[in-house]
Design a protein around this ligand. Structure first.
Ligand SMILES: [Zn+2]
Length: 55
């Protein structure tokens, strides 16, 4: 399952946007660890969590 499909299922958005911002730290978005997704606080797009985040 790719990012957009995963984000669509999770969020219910029709056309979720892919985020290309850098998310190294908590506070740059909302981290949904259970589904491995970040919703970006800047562009409201979605991005996969690639590695555990230090909070
Ligand atoms: Zn973004």
């Amino acid at each position: 399952m790719d990012l957009i499909e995963r984000a669509r299922l999770f969020s219910g958005e029709q056309n979720p946007k892919e985020c290309t911002c850098r998310h190294q730290l908590a506070g740059t978005g909302v981290f949904y660890q259970s589904v491995g997704l970040i919703q970006c606080a800047t562009c409201k797009g979605w991005q996969l969590i690639r590695k555990p985040i230090d909070v």
